[in-house]
Structures are given as C-alpha cells and as structure tokens.
Design a protein around this ligand. Structure first.
Ligand code: ADP
Ligand code: MG
Length: 231
C-alpha cells in the first residue's frame, strides 16, 4: 500500500502557533522512508495523521487508496493494516512475550487470518517470530517487565510485523538506544522483512544519520515537508 497526502492542513486547537501543511506527498508501496527533522518539527503529528489518530482540518491522507483522515472511526482499519513501533515500545508489562507479540491478532481478524497461514495457532506464529528475531525460548513465557532493552526491541518489532500488515509506522524507536543497539535494531527490523513481505515503512527519527538504512529520506521542518516524494 502506498501513502498519499494531498492538500493536508493540520493544527492543534490548543497550539495554533504550530501547523502542518503538505500540498502533495507520495510514498510508493514497499518504500522504506526515513522521516527526519528536529524536535518539535511535527514528525509525531504527521505519523498520527497517517495512522488516522489525528484528523486534519482540510485535505487528507489515503493509505492504499483508503481515506484515513475522514471523520469516520479508523481503529479497525488501523488494526488490520498497520503495525506501529513506539518510542518506548509500549509493551504490556504484565503480559508474556508471546502474548505481547500475538496481541495484534486478537484485535484484527484480517491479521489473524494472514498469520494462520503460517502456523496452526496465534501462539505458534508468535513462536515463529521469536525464532526469526532471536528471542530465546526461555524468555517467551516470561513477563516483558523482566526483559532488557535489546530484548524489548525484538518483541516490539515482532508485535508490529505479526500478521504482516502492509504499513509499518515507527516513532523514534531508536532514540533511547546507543549506536550498537541502534544498528542491531535496524538490522533486526530489515531481517524480519523477507521476499514475500515488503511493507511500506515510515520511520521517524530526529537522527538524520540513520538515512543509510533507508531507500529514501523525507525531511520536515516546522511542519513543512521536503525531499523524497514531495511534489
Ligand atoms: P516532533 O515529533 O517532530 O518532535 P510533534 O509532532 O510532537 O514534533 O510536535 C509538533 C508541534 O506540535 C510542537 O510544537 C508541539 O508542542 C505541538 N504539539 C504536539 N502535540 C500536541 C498536542 N497534543 N496538543 C497541542 N500541541 C501539540
Ligand atoms: Mg515526536
């Protein structure tokens, strides 16, 4: 699925001094795009609009031709088609590694059906993702509250990718990591995408140095986009 933003205007009622204006931005299906800009430039806001969590004043965003910026509820569509990696991973501390990874399948029949082509049960598919991402068998039934940062990263990636959603959105998942862990995160993320699964990825970071991990870079400054896909 591609992402197309057209004549988009957004501002927060509480903070009219900031606004986002995107005349035309197009991300092709399967692209891996780094969205970078300084703190406060609007990266998280734009990602929220793409996710259908923040609604623009005018114009809009379509994802795979589906309008996510209309007034309707987009929760189920998001659950079906988007995997999201958050800055602090937002794992559910009292659930096990396997239950955290399988959670999106409980929220989406679409993702569950796709996952069940790969294994007999949701838990079996969660095990497969653990195998692929190097999450040791002994950890899988433990609560995530006991995991190290490196282990949490892997769980967050598996949870975003299970059921193979067409869109992956990531909001600064590497900002709290040192260089070695950042490299490990990026390598793990891309190793989880394989020949038959090439999601469209919009990855937000204030660190423009991450560009070497991406096909394309779009910049944002004070709500104004530049670079890849901007017409
Ligand atoms: P970034 O992710 O690039 O750091 P944000 O999208 O979080 O930037 O924020 C862009 C601007 O919008 C900032 O000026 C911020 O203070 C403001 N802002 C962010 N979230 C809200 C909100 N919920 N209400 C009002 N203003 C907000
Ligand atoms: Mg942000």
């Amino acid at each position: 699925m591609g992402i197309h933003s057209q004549d988009l205007v957004f501002s927060y009622k509480q903070d009219p001094s900031f606004s986002i204006a995107v005349p035309n931005w197009q991300v092709q299906s399967g692209d891996r795009v780094l969205l970078t800009g300084p703190s406060g430039s609007g990266k998280t806001t734009l990602l929220s609009i793409i996710a259908g969590l923040a609604k623009p004043e005018s114009g809009g965003v379509t994802v795979g031709g589906h309008s996510v910026s209309g007034s309707g509820n987009t929760d189920q569509w998001r659950a079906d088609h988007m995997g999201i990696v958050f800055q602090l991973f937002n794992l559910i501390e009292y659930l096990s590694v396997l239950d955290n990874i399988a959670l999106p399948l409980a929220l989406s029949k679409t993702r569950q059906a796709r996952a069940l082509q790969q294994g007999a049960t949701s838990v079996a598919v969660a095990h497969q993702w653990c195998d692929q991402l190097g999450i040791a068998p002994g950890l899988r039934t433990q609560c995530v509250g006991r995991l190290s940062v490196g282990q949490r990263q892997r769980v967050a990636i598996a949870r975003a990718l299970i059921g193979e959603p067409a869109i992956i959105l990531a909001d600064e998942p590497t900002s709290a990591l040192d260089l070695a862990n950042t490299e490990r995160f990026m390598d793990t993320l891309w190793s989880a995408c394989h020949a038959a699964y090439q999601p469209t990825v919009v990855f937000v970071s204030h660190d423009a140095g991450l560009h070497r991990y991406f096909d394309h870079t779009t910049t944002i400054n004070a709500g104004v986009l530049g670079g890849y896909g901007v017409a």
